[in-house]
Design a protein around this ligand. Sequence first.
Ligand SMILES: *Cc1c(COP(=O)(O)O)cnc(C)c1O
Length: 372
Amino acid sequence: MKVPMVDMLAGYPPIKDEIETAVKNVFNKANFILGEEVSKFEKEFAAHNGTKYAVGVANGTDALRLSILAIGIKPGDEIITSPFTFIATSETISQCGAVPVFADIDPASYNLDPRSVEKKITKKTKAILPVHLYGMPCDMDAFTTLAKKHNLKIIEDTAQAFTGKYKLGGTEWKYLGAIGDCGTYSFFPAKNLGAFGDGGAVTTNDEKIYEELKALRNHGSKVRYMHDMEGFNSRLDTVQAAVLSVRLKHVEKWTEMRNAVAAKYAAALKDVCVTPVVPANARHSFNYYTIRFDSKAKRDNAQKHLTEQQIANQIYYPIALHLQKAYAHLGGKKGDLPVCEQVQDTVFSLPMYPELTDGQIKIVTDAVKKAV
Ligand SMILES: *Cc1c(COP(=O)(O)O)cnc(C)c1O
């Protein structure tokens, strides 16, 4: 039986009226550009994350781009990041004139490995850009220590990890994105908090970075038609902000539901493949549920079996960034980042969304078991 990767409409009926009222309000006021719904959502989003500020932007890619500029990255600077992520993470580094430097990942979390990062630090390194991949928190204790030691900034790519948490220093629970200098978020529909189109945000506790972000998203202008610098047109749409304010009230419950689905997947699959292990100091947001096999042949076979039965599945990400044609000029080659290269060949992700039923979970896990 067909099981989709995500079902965007499954959670819609209970909030349909509230969302349609919110959207109609915007239509009736016609305050489409930076309307009050945007600043209202920004306040709610910052409050949710426990940060001083949030700035709504056009998408998660721009959230990265504007953060990179706002923390003061200059052409020629190096930013160390993961090779195992969506290209938005690294293309925004290059597009700001800086150089993405790829370090290897940890085989258990699939996130940037702090030991590999430390080896890549040079005089030109200005920042670390960890990605909480699939929603799994990075080792933020290690990154904050590294950043202090080498005087580096941290931007957390939280596109897949909104509502994930990390117990900083083993004592203080923090939302992902609220630990570094900036946290960047995407409201692409399939993310944990999805808009009805594109959207993004940046959070920070630094007033100077906040002011810079607000100017950058609106043509470098703080006062209308006064430009101390050039910026971008990268505002969060007012209609999307109205939708996001409604959905934000439900997102914690949805993450709990995702965690419940993940627990059922793990119970059924832990003896047939590697399932995500969430450390005691972390809360996973389970934007994706990713399993790993001990060989590429086994992975490919399981994937083929699921596809034949119309069970959606996807490899995030089949070719690590240091091996992509777009980065040939950086001179990366096979063997450079062995953990990442092994992981890209042995993982794939299963259907994952809050409303996935026990029946659907059984169909998926039975199919994986049968393939193995
Ligand atoms: C989705 C995503 C982005 C980009 O977000 P958009 O809103 O699609 O621009 C950046 N980084 C990661 C890890 C993502 O998954």
